[in-house]
Design a protein around this ligand. Structure first.
Ligand code: COA
Length: 220
């Protein structure tokens, strides 16, 4: 990505991804998930093609001057029971989104990232706004996700994953991902162990939930 300066997210457009974005999304992933990229744990082109075939409306990118600076991948699921423990591979069909269920009641966030050069400028927030619009358009009850406990590796020798998450919820600690989720209206539900092969989170994720205030149960 060429260098650029962005003051805020005003000039960033969030839109549905298209096939020609795929190489740019892969490049973004290599830089925004640099640690996971080293172990091959980022989207591959065949997975991104699958996402666009299965649920195009759920695939969002953030674009700035023709560059893709953020992306968010979603699918619709029906989790039974509603807070069932799951892994990232289970819920995403090993990354292919073959688990997408158009009759489900929840939008599931499979990933979200922004380029490291443009973080903390509201672009992630804009992607979440785009996702909330998708949840409202499809009249889904809620949006859920497993957010990797990004900074847990710095505290794992003194806190359990739950203790760490509760300190983030209570604003005693800051986590790059969970603090961002909370500020965007999600509630922390519980810890998901063995969620994703991830050295930063020690494989722990936070089960997070946002409730759609416009959900109409008579039309679902
Ligand atoms: C998590 C992630 C997507 C957030 O993206 P982002 O573009 O930085 O998100 P935002 O700018 O909307 O919000 C980030 C923070 O900046 C703050 N912020 C937003 N606009 C701001 C502005 N103009 N000035 C100062 N701060 C701002 C937000 O309040 C938020 O605060 P927080 O630190 O309390 O969370 C990004 O950090 C990322 O890609 N992380 C790595 C990938 C990853 O692990 N993703 C999660 C997968 S589960």
């Amino acid at each position: 990505m060429s260098s650029f300066y962005v003051m805020n997210s005003d000039s960033v457009v969030v839109r549905q991804a298209i096939e020609s974005d795929i190489p740019k999304i892969v490049k973004l992933q290599e830089e925004s998930f640099a640690d996971l990229a080293k172990i091959g744990n980022i989207w591959h082109p065949n997975e991104l093609h699958s996402h666009l075939n299965i649920f195009p409306e759920g695939q969002l990118v953030a674009e700035l001057n023709g560059m893709i600076v953020g992306s968010a991948t979603s699918l619709i699921v029906n989790l039974v029971p509603p807070y069932a423990e799951h892994t990232w591979n289970d819920i995403t069909g090993n990354g292919m989104l073959t688990t997408h269920n158009p009759k489900g009641d929840s939008l599931y966030g499979a990933d979200i990232s922004t380029h490291p050069n443009v973080r903390h400028k509201g672009i992630g927030h804009k992607l979440y706004q785009g996702r909330k619009d998708v949840a409202m358009k499809f009249n889904l009850k809620r949006m859920i996700a497993g957010g990797r406990l990004y900074n847990y590796c710095d505290y794992a020798n003194k806190l359990s994953a739950l203790e760490y998450a509760m300190k983030v919820v209570n604003c005693e600690l800051h986590d790059l991902v969970l603090s961002f989720d909370l500020i965007n209206g999600f509630n922390f539900i519980k810890i998901l162990p063995n969620y994703l092969d991830d050295a930063r989170s020690l494989n722990y994720a936070s089960f997070i939930e946002w409730t759609n205030p416009h959900f109409d149960e008579h039309n679902s």
